[in-house]
Design a protein. Structure first.
Length: 552
């Protein structure tokens, strides 16, 4: 019915009833045959209407042109009219080439197109054109949609500290709110996206908020506020970079190792986990009395600071130290240091092996800083001994072992355990002596006999000690003196004052064994007799109560 109403309106405009005026075309149409009138009224019933509605987008405040699709070039037209929602908004009589419209923003071109300038929201709606030719009318529908935006797409993150180029930073552990807003007509969709991957939140409103609690370094990155007009599908994005400042963990750690060349020292000072990167500073610890400049004095803002020193700048006991500083929080911690030590291999310098056996040479180096590389050599000028079926090299911690399988006389000689680090290289000389198996058999037999003789001596000595009374005072020895008496005469020279005569005439028996008693008599000499007559002294040895005296 709506389309029929449009056709009636168009027909009225065709017959000249436009803006209250009647055209001469009406008289012409009344003189047409009935068949022609039937074909002219087909559009009124919609029999010839098969057109679809076309959509045209216009920007708020801009200009748009609506085409009259049904019109054709090089055709004679009586008039063109444009309608909006059934109300005429502009018309043009092709004979006068003048557009008649209440709103001066509307105009009809020579090709019957409608142009609207200064678009506003009220211009949105359904338009159609009505073009009248000599015998019939053409009608077309166009949907005009007014759109605007997205404009003023704004993103705000706070509380933060602004840097340059739309970047902000916040300290780790803080609470942050992200706000996103935009203006669009007639409708829009707002989205907050993190790192172009994860959509944090979205809303059809003109603004949205998203809260980050206890922010961590994982929240650092690029945030996108994306506004999309749902009608025009125009998308506008605002990006903001958020940095999360965090101090590095713990204390810096120092490492040292041998570089690509055995004479190069590689120093590594690492203090990771912070943002932005801290400042690290390598230098040498010098004594108070020295006036020399440090061999190392380098600073850089980085998580890891590496430096290389040549052997000519190194010595045993040298200390290198790494200082650290985190500027955003004005933070310093205890530095780390490395004291260089020369290698010192240790082991048994003399090793003896039996021909045909397996022998292991051991060398331990655990004092060098940085860790030394230890190798085995046959001589100082020969190449390194490599693992093979006869030479088995094994390492357990600081201990390096060389096992020689099936030792021969050719293996006898000097071996060198060589330890080298960037400070210097030192060798430990080990002398290997190889003995034949025959010499070894004689040695074993000799050792066995010596052990046997030594053991027999110990057994005899212990037996003699336990039976010492029977050996020294046995019955056989006592029987030789059972039938005789022992006489002991002690005679002094004439020059002496006394003469002692011992006469043993007493024999006792004690504990079943005979024993003798000795009597000692003292006589004065003749010289003493002239001095005075004194009685003769006689001293007897009186036996102890345990030994009673017996006389014949």
């Amino acid at each position: 019915m709506k389309q029929i109403g449009r056709n009636i309106t168009g027909l009225l405009s065709c017959i000249g009833f436009v803006n209250g005026k009647t055209s001469v075309q009406f008289g012409v149409m009344t003189r047409l045959p009935k068949v022609v009138l039937i074909f002219m009224f087909l559009p009124l019933t919609g029999a010839s209407d098969g057109q679809t509605t076309e959509k045209v987008l216009g920007t708020l405040g801009g200009t748009v042109t609506l085409p009259c699709v049904g019109s054709a070039e090089n055709q004679t037209l009586f008039s063109t009219s444009w309608f909006k929602e059934g109300k005429i908004v502009a018309s043009r009589n092709q004979s006068s080439y003048i557009t008649m419209a209440e709103d001066k923003r509307f105009s009809i071109s020579d090709r019957q197109h409608l142009t609207i300038t200064g678009l506003n929201e009220t211009d949105q709606g359904l338009y159609y054109c009505n073009t009248s030719r000599q015998y019939f009318t053409v009608l077309e529908d166009i949907q005009l949609l007014i759109v605007s935006g997205p404009v003023e797409v704004v993103m705000d993150i706070g509380p933060t500290t602004a840097l340059t180029n739309d970047t902000f930073f916040v300290n780790s552990g803080s609470n942050v709110t992200i706000r996103c807003s935009s203006n669009s007509f007639p409708s829009q969709n707002l989205s907050l996206i993190f790192e172009d991957v994860k959509t944090l939140t979205s809303s059809p409103d003109s603004s949205l908020e998203f809260h980050l609690h206890n922010i961590q370094p994982t929240n650092q990155g690029l945030y996108h506020c994306v506004a999309r007009n749902l009608v025009s599908n125009v998308t506008v994005t605002n990006k903001t970079q958020l940095f999360v400042y965090r101090a590095p963990d713990g204390h810096p750690k120092c490492y040292s190792k041998t570089g690509n060349d055995s004479t190069e020292l590689l120093l590594d000072c690492s203090w990771p986990g912070g943002y932005p990167a801290p400042m690290l500073h390598w230098t040498e610890v010098l004594g108070d009395q020295t006036t020399n400049k440090p061999v190392l004095n380098v600073s850089k803002n980085t998580d890891t600071l590496e430096e290389v020193l040549n052997r000519t700048l190194l010595y045993d006991g040298q200390t290198l130290i790494c200082y650290n500083y985190y500027q955003p929080l004005d933070l310093k911690t205890d530095p780390c240091s490395i004291t260089l030590r020369s290698p010192y291999p240790e082991g048994d310098p003399l090793v003896t092996a039996v021909e045909g056996d397996n022998i292991t040479l051991s060398c331990e180096e655990a004092k060098s800083v940085p860790e030394a590389k230890t190798t085995w050599r046959r001589t100082l000028k020969e190449d390194v001994i490599l693992p093979s079926s006869r030479h088995i090299i094994s390492k357990a911690g600081p201990m390096l072992r060389l096992t020689i399988v099936n030792v021969t006389q050719q293996d006898e000689g000097a071996y060198f355990c060589r330890s080298e680090n960037p400070i210097q290289d030192i060798e430990l000389e080990i002398i290997l002596t190889v003995k034949s198996s025959a010499r070894n058999t004689g040695g074993i037999i000799g050792a066995f006999l010596a052990f046997l003789i030594f053991g027999a001596g110990i057994v005899i000595g212990l037996s003699a000690y336990r039976h010492r009374d029977r050996i020294c005072l046995g019955n056989a020895f006592i029987r030789m003196g059972d039938d005789r008496t022992d006489v002991l005469n002690l005679v002094e020279s004439e020059d002496e004052n006394e003469e002692v005569i011992a006469d043993t005439t007493i024999t006792t028996v004690e504990n079943g064994h005979p024993s003798s008693l000795v009597q000692v008599h003292c006589f004065l000499s003749s010289d003493n007799e002239d001095q005075g007559s004194t009685p003769t002294e006689e001293k007897d040895i009186i036996p102890s109560p345990e030994h009673p005296e017996f006389t014949d």
